[in-house]
Structures are given as C-alpha cells and as structure tokens.
Design a protein around this ligand. Structure first.
Ligand SMILES: *Cc1c(COP(=O)(O)O)cnc(C)c1O
Length: 429
C-alpha cells in the first residue's frame, strides 16, 4: 500500500477495502480467542515445524493485532511492526532483543520518567548498563560508546523541556560505530515525524498516547526499518545459536526474504512468545479506531498547542514558555514541518505554590489534572509535585523540572475555550 498517502494508510493499511478475509466484515473484527484449531495432527505438526505458516496460540499471533501491526509499519515506512502490552514493554523488549547481560546502551538523559527509571534502575539488574548524555550533545554521547555498546536511544521530543532531538546526527553517530539507533517517537507519531526517513533503525511508540488518542487503553509498538544488518558478531543474540528458538542464528539462518526483519522475528519468537508482553486484541481494536483519525487529530492538537503557547508567551503571569517550533525553530523546521505536536510546558510566575494553585484551578471543566498525555481531551499536571516528586530539589533543577513548571497536553477542543480556561486559571493566582 506504500503508494498511498499517510491519511489513506491510517484508514486502510493492514486491511484492504475488501474487508476481513474470512467473514467479509468491513470493520476489523476482534478475534477473542486463546488458540486456533488444527485441521488434523499433520496440520498441527506442520505449523509447529514452520513447514506451514498459520495461527497457533494468541500469545504471539492474532488477526486483529496483525492489522494494527501492518498499519503501523506502513505509517512509519518500516518493513515490519509488532504491538506489545504497553509502551514500557515495547522499550524493555526492544533493548533486551539487542543487548544482553554484560552489554551496555547509550541514551539521551531527557527521557520519559518511566523509561528513565527502567534504564537507570531496572536494566542494571539484568546486567545491562545504561550511560546517559544530555540530548543533542553528540560529542558527549560518542564519548560514552565503547566495545560493549549495543544501541543508541533517544526520544523525538523529550521531557520536560520538549527538546527536539537531532535524529540525523544521532543516526550518523550510531552508524559510525556500527550501532542501531532506537527512537521513541510517542510525542510525534508518524503524522508529524517518520524517524526511519532520518536514519532511525527501530521506532517505538506508546500507543496509549496520541495514536490511540482517546485515553482509553494501554499499548506499545515497535517498528523495524528492516535496514540494520545484525551480522556483526558483537550482536551475540543474532550471531550465536539462539537457545530461545531452536538454535537459530537470526542474522544468518533465516530465509533470504525474512533476513531484513530478523529483529522483528526475534522479538516475536523469543521476546513475545516466551516472555509474554502480548497486547490484548480488544486493546488493539481500540488503537485501530484511534489511528484512523490520527492525521486529523494531530493537525488540530498542533494548531491548538501553538496558539496556546503564543498566547501564554504574552501573558503577564507567565515566566516562560516552551514549545518546539518557538523554542527550537531550526530543529523544528527540519523535523516537524507539519506541526510540533500537542505538548506545551510553561513556568508560572511565583513558583511551585502558584503553579499548583493554577493546576487546581484549571482542573475540572475542560482540563483534567492527571498523569497522561495525548488524549483528545486537554490535560494538565505539575510535574515537580507528582511525576517527578521522588527527585531531590537539585536533581529536579538539573533535569529542568523547575518548581514553577506546568505541563499541558492540549486537546482537540475549540482553541478559544482552551485559552479562556487557561486565562481563568491564571486570573485565579
Ligand atoms: C507514555 C510513554 C511511554 C510509556 O508508555 P506506556 O504505554 O504508558 O507504557 C514511553 N515513552 C513515552 C515518550 C511516553 O510518553
């Protein structure tokens, strides 16, 4: 379907207009089954022996999820995609599909809080060391790469300052060292940025945010560009016989047409099959509804957020505002020509108490006070007292989580109503 535009792919990729192949249902059916019948014992034996491809057990294969996988691969311009139980699982199982105990990875330090904790506190427990460098400091990032490094990880737009990553610079750095670049594109979605076009090898999403778009489910996705060559022996998981899958060497033993998606096949057959981070088909169905309107929603999120950021810039009670196309115009023009997304962060004059008072006053009519982003509804949070409250004052400042910082996830309501609510809450402090 790659000849079609993004808006068309968002509606059709993965299930052509003929509908469901077995029932002719036009909407994608939810296949609520745990297992699939064998015609007879020989059929079962052939499926297990990979002499015939087909459904066996729904931990690793489901026709509802298959449509979503194919749609996300098409939207990102990737060779294959898999969906997992959460964005957090997508990140963990991507890292552990490339690195093993004794290996290291290098990451930008401005990560989503949950990802930072996973990298800083959990991966070391499975023997994977993570080294952090400030985002876009390519020299500092390069200085952390050594013979144990297995990947470079960055987010397209990071927390909490909404920094735009220079993906092409990261891709050049990673490839200079024979490493894949893994990009979390949750804040941008394929409607704003397709990291594979800029050199990324693996793209990750939390579907729970803008792709789902309605705050109605948890899920994650991993898109494989199909371009990274895993034959370097340092990628032991691809070059040594894999005890997790019949002794297969994923970089060598796959039939030629499947070799480009060795990463995806290993993620499916070792990560998902034997570690179990499966996306429920009901959740996949929710994300299929969301993704159909993704291009429309993102355009509205971006237009509303830009208008909000500009309005706040001129408000006497606002100390500062961050929005990618206003604060990093050059990187935004290069990577986000169609809009800079739905997130706005700003500082309330007066500090933490005033920021909390503002959030409390805003909460209730249009804006919800909660820990999420990417809903069609507008959301607000005061990170220093909630999502980042476990950090010391010094770490908060170092991480840019200033006490006066308020984070807005701007929804798709009428912009005049959003701005009026913000003004009302600013008046209240
Ligand atoms: C929410 C989020 C995640 C985690 O995704 P879940 O689906 O909540 O597990 C990872 N990265 C970013 C940038 C996110 O916003």
């Amino acid at each position: 379907m790659s000849k079609f535009h993004l808006e068309t792919l968002a509606v059709h990729a993965g299930q052509p207009a003929k509908g469901d192949p077995t029932t002719n249902a036009r909407a994608v059916p939810v296949y609520r089954t745990t297992a699939y019948n064998f015609r007879d014992s020989k059929h079962g034996a052939d499926l297990f022996g990979l002499r015939e491809l087909g459904n066996i057990y729904a931990r690793l294969m489901n026709p509802t999820n298959d449509v979503l996988n194919a749609r996300l691969a098409a939207l990102e311009g990737g060779a294959a995609a898999l969906t997992l139980s959460s964005g957090t699982a997508a990140i963990f199982f991507t890292v552990t599909n490339i690195a093993r105990a004794g290996d290291e990875i290098v990451a930008a330090s401005n990560l989503y809080g949950g990802t930072f904790s996973q990298f800083d506190a959990i991966l070391p427990n499975v023997g994977i060391k993570v080294r952090f460098a400030p985002v876009n400091d390519i020299a500092a990032t390069e200085a952390l790469i050594n013979e144990k490094t297995r990947l470079v990880f960055v987010e397209t737009i990071g927390n909490p300052a909404l920094d735009v990553a220079d993906i092409e610079a990261y891709a050049a750095l990673a490839h200079r060292h024979g490493l894949p670049l893994v990009v979390d594109s949750t804040f941008t979605t394929p409607a704003l940025l397709r990291p594979i076009e800029h050199g990324a090898d693996i793209v990750i999403h939390s579907l729970s945010k803008w792709i789902g778009g309605h705050g109605a489910g948890i899920g994650g996705a991993v898109v494989d560009s199909g371009k990274f060559d895993w034959k370097d022996p340092k990628f032991a998981l691809y070059n040594e016989p894999d005890a997790g899958y019949h002794g297969l060497r994923f970089a060598h033993d796959l039939p030629e047409p499947l070799r480009p998606v060795a990463f995806t096949l290993r993620l499916l057959t070792v990560g998902i099959r034997n570690q179990g981070p499966t996306l429920a088909p009901d959740a996949a169905w929710i994300f299929l509804q969301g993704v159909e309107s993704l291009p429309l929603r993102i355009a509205k999120h971006s237009a509303n957020a830009l208008a909000v950021a500009k309005h706040l810039q001129s408000h006497p009670k606002v100390a500062w505002v961050k929005y990618p196309s206003l604060t990093q115009p050059e990187l935004a023009a290069k990577y986000l020509p169609d809009g800079a997304g739905g997130m706005v962060v700003f500082g309330v004059k007066g500090g933490s108490d005033e920021a909390r008072k503002f959030a409390d006053s805003l909460n209730g009519e249009i804006f919800s006070l909660l820990a999420n982003v990417g809903d069609a509804k507008s959301l607000v949070i005061h990170p220093a007292s909630t999502t980042h409250s476990q950090l010391s004052d010094e770490d908060l400042r170092k991480g840019g989580v200033l006490p006066e910082l308020v984070r807005l996830s701007i929804g798709i309501e009428h912009v005049d109503d959003i701005v009026a609510e913000l003004d009302r809450a600013l008046d209240a402090i």
